[in-house]
Design a protein around this ligand. Structure first.
Ligand SMILES: Cc1ncc(CN)c(N)n1
Length: 232
């Protein structure tokens, strides 16, 4: 039935092909035990606070990466890329809100965000962001990475907002931050950008983007692992 539908509507997109091919890794990143524990209300609060302080550091490192994507978009000559600028700029604005949200949330939980030492998994992920921000990295690869990073959070936290979930009242704001419909639409817009670039790109560039996509999923899993209690 599925196959018939595909034949009727045309070929499967590059991203859809990857999501099918790497389904288990994607599920690992978006249905992690840490996310399950938020969803079912069993989350250990010290783990949550640890995630909060580490993610604040990550978001600060994410901003220059997003700025690099914006610069790459501005150098694209195609007419479609004009719209990309607006979406990416909107993402920068959202990140400013995200940083402010972290500060507010940290004070709610009595967490200090100054002098936080980044953990190994966080440092590794931030280093990947730095490499991806390099001018040598093609727009297609950077745009794919951007989409993947935002989508893992969107998909994970939207899962926590489903009807049968049991998220504690004081963690609902966190889930809504990334699981809300607006953030979902933003991720869909990022996917459209990445997909358009991937469709036009060379086989070599597409391969590089797929490797980066997988690298991001693995880093997201390690990031969740790091946040869990008893993680060394
Ligand atoms: C690790 C991680 N990945 C993604 C996001 C979503 N901006 C985030 N805040 N942190």
């Amino acid at each position: 039935m599925e196959r018939k539908k595909e034949e009727e509507v045309g070929k499967v997109s590059v991203i859809e092909t990857w999501l099918r091919k790497h389904r288990l890794v994607y599920i690992g990143a978006t249905r992690h035990p840490f996310i399950h524990s938020i969803r079912d209300g069993t989350v250990d609060l010290s783990s949550f606070k640890l995630w909060l302080e580490q993610d604040y550091i990550f978001v600060r490192a994410f901003i220059p990466f997003v700025a690099s994507v914006l610069i790459k978009a501005s150098k694209e000559s195609s007419a479609d890329a004009c719209d990309d600028l607006e979406v990416i700029l909107g993402g920068m604005v959202a990140l400013n809100d995200e940083l402010n949200w972290f500060k507010k949330e940290a004070s709610k939980w009595g967490v200090s965000l100054s002098n936080v030492t980044p953990k190994k998994a966080n440092l590794k992920y931030c280093r990947l962001l730095e490499r991806l921000a390099s001018p040598e990295v093609e727009y297609t690869v950077a745009a794919t990475a951007f989409w993947a990073i935002e989508t893992v959070y969107q998909d994970s936290f939207a899962h926590c907002l489903e009807e049968d979930s049991n998220v504690p009242e004081d963690l609902k704001e966190t889930c809504k931050r990334w699981g809300n419909d607006g953030f979902g639409q933003y991720c869909a817009a990022l996917q459209t950008i990445a997909e358009r670039c991937l469709e036009k790109s060379s086989e070599d560039e597409r391969k590089k983007a797929e490797v980066v996509f997988l690298d991001i999923l693995e880093n997201e899993v390690e990031f969740w692992n790091m946040s869990q209690k008893d993680h060394v």
